[in-house]
Design a protein around this ligand. Structure first.
Ligand code: M6R
Length: 595
């Protein structure tokens, strides 16, 4: 969702720094953007103490060369919630005097009340956003108190999960507050930064503080001061040094991040099969002693949870519940301090997960997270966090984090059985099979299939057992980036309704690994074929009923991993064939930081 980047320093090209900062946050998904800078010197052309540039659409080839030089600036990429994607609604928003500007991520739930009861009569609103309320509220409150107090009071008055930054052109400071939406402070030499994502800070500094809920920071070129928003009490930041590499954020030789991230999987999986098992064993111990373990995630991570429930049952004979993040909050009445929640998230910032995990925590449940981003909100909220080691994932479509999660869940299931070495072997085997799929001739078969299917309107994907979450994930990937309607189904459900949709030429993908599901899955495939379906078999062996065959060697329970790699590549090439940008699907964002 919205990307935020702020700079206060001694360099004169603050606007350029900020512009490149928000460019690096493009992957979060947005529909408009804006940059605000305090000009270094007064110019007769400047009618305002703040210079602002805002545009609708992607940054693309846009330039901000027309903005003046200055040493303090901030920028924002907006993903519309309140009010359409227009220049007026893009951030920053200015107060009536144009002294203050605000950028914001989140939703102000009581914005109508604040606007109508406190501000309407005295202030002129120029946008349809909830954000604009904040800047006028600060303008109003700052008439009788310091900006620090005014910002704090404004923050305490608004409701919802929010992070915003105020830029004061007079005192040349940035004031940021956070509750829910992520914000990271970066400490440089003679310069300080703010960003919604620590990866955006990497070109400048690795020394960061991840802001907690209800924290406020005041930033100038030489100082950072932290306060508690409720009491105003001074706080000490927890400064950490990131060990991330800047190169991870680069495309390298790949045309898109999604393809790059798909290709990174064999290496990541092979690493996972070799790293120390201490943490895995520790979490397996927690599952063993808990009175009920609940796997919770959203989107792709939810399908990893579902796969986990099959893995634990199949490999270690353990029953684990699973729930979709946004629904879990409605079914946790039975949680006790003996329950364990395994929260799965790539970003660690998905609001639906954070909200339900907070509720579970309030009931005393222990929280363990499988998360890819160090320092993320979920990482910090959890009693124990296991990092996926997948490296920065930039494409909106999640790929390498998903297979890294499947690999870790496989290890956990095997650890519970006391046979972690066997788990490492199957993950290592899956890494090899995945590597083969990324090479010719398998790749050419997938590219050819994408050409055959590119004009189709609907696709159905079936699987049983672990291939059921694989089918769901395949459908999600295809929908998300190629915009073709795709449905993932448990093969057994076909005859209970969906079969009515299959007609001559309907693409039907079937996962047929050589496990206990093979025979029944084949029966489902035949049912589709008999209704005219164009049958694409993804299996360890060909079959006469397949109209198109994608070979995937078996690697026991980990076959789901290479199966999903096939799905990722097919979705990617479908998007390419349809002339779409697979990295930035319409209407979607990488980090879903609103409810
Ligand atoms: O960062 P998270 O893993 O918590 O994100 C969860 C979902 O928003 C995410 O997996 C989403 O479904 C992806 N775009 C799917 O490719």
């Amino acid at each position: 969702m919205c990307g935020i980047f702020g700079y206060a320093g001694t360099k004169k090209d603050a606007a350029e720094i900020v512009f490149s900062g928000i460019r690096s946050l493009e992957y979060r998904g947005y529909d408009s953007w804006g940059v605000g800078v305090v000009p270094a010197s007064k110019s007769k052309f400047l009618i305002s103490p703040l210079a602002v540039k805002k545009q609708v659409g992607k940054i693309g080839q846009a330039s901000i060369a027309d903005l003046p030089q200055g040493s303090i600036a901030f920028g924002h990429t907006r993903w519309a919630t309140h009010g359409g994607a227009t220049v007026e609604n893009a951030h920053p928003h200015l107060d009536c005097t144009k002294r203050f500007a605000v950028i914001h991520n989140g939703i102000i739930e009581n914005y109508e009340m604040v606007r109508d009861k406190i501000l309407r009569k005295k202030h002129t609103f120029r946008s349809q956003t909830d954000t604009e309320v904040v800047v006028h509220l600060i303008e109003e409150l700052a008439q009788t108190q310091s900006l620090r107090q005014a910002t704090r009071q404004a923050f305490n008055l608004i409701e919802g999960l929010n992070a915003f930054i105020v830029l004061d052109s007079q005192t040349k400071q940035l004031i940021a507050v956070r509750n829910g939406s992520p914000l990271v402070v970066g400490f440089g030499r003679g310069e300080n930064f703010l960003a919604s994502d620590a990866s955006a800070l990497l070109p400048y500094t690795k020394r960061v503080h991840f802001m907690e809920d209800n924290e406020m920071v005041i930033i100038t070129d030489s100082q950072t001061e932290f306060f508690e928003t409720k009491s105003g009490k001074k706080l000490k930041p927890l400064i950490q040094t990131l060990n991330w590499s800047f190169a991870q954020a680069d495309l390298g030789k790949f045309p898109h991040f999604m393809l790059k991230e798909i290709y990174e999987q064999p290496k990541i999986l092979s690493n996972i099969s070799q790293v120390s098992t201490v943490e895995i064993k520790k979490i397996a111990g927690l599952i063993e002693t808990a009175f009920g373990t609940y796997l919770v995630g959203c989107g792709t991570a939810a399908y990893a949870c579902l796969a986990g429930s099959y893995l634990f049952s199949k490999v270690s004979g353990f029953h684990l519940n699973w729930a979709i993040g946004s629904e879990f909050g409605y079914q946790l009445d039975f949680l006790t301090p003996k329950s364990l929640v395994l929260a799965l998230s790539q970003s660690g910032e998905t609001m639906d997960i954070l909200e339900s995990v907070k509720k579970a925590k309030a009931k005393g449940a222990k929280i363990v997270s499988l998360v890819n981003v160090f320092g993320s909100s979920l990482y910090r909220l959890s009693d124990y966090s296991l990092l996926m080691g997948a490296g920065s994932e930039k494409a909106v479509a999640s790929t390498k984090d998903f297979t890294a999660k499947l690999a870790h869940l496989t290890l956990l299931a095997y650890a519970l059985k006391g046979k972690i070495k066997d788990g490492q072997k199957v993950v290592a085997q899956a890494a090899k099979v995945a590597a083969g799929i990324c090479q010719r001739p398998d790749l050419s078969r997938l590219k050819k299939l994408a050409k055959l299917l590119k004009h189709k309107d609907h696709m159905y994907i079936i699987g049983r057992g672990l291939s059921y979450p694989a089918a769901l994930e395949t459908a999600l990937k295809i929908k998300e980036i190629s915009y073709i309607h795709a449905e993932g189904l448990p093969a057994g459900e076909l005859k209970h309704g969906p079969l009515a949709l299959v007609e001559k030429g309907t693409p039907c993908l079937a996962f047929l690994p050589g496990d206990e599901t093979y025979g029944a899955n084949l029966a489902g495939s035949m049912e589709m074929k008999a209704r005219g379906g164009y049958l694409i078999g993804i299996s360890y062996k060909p079959h006469e009923i397949f109209d198109y065959y994608i070979p995937v060697a078996d690697c026991r329970e980990a076959t789901i991993i290479p199966n999903v790699v096939v799905a990722q590549l097919l979705a990617y090439y479908l998007a390419i064939e349809r002339g779409l940008d697979p990295d930035k699907p319409r209407h979607l964002a990488k980090s879903v930081t609103v409810k």
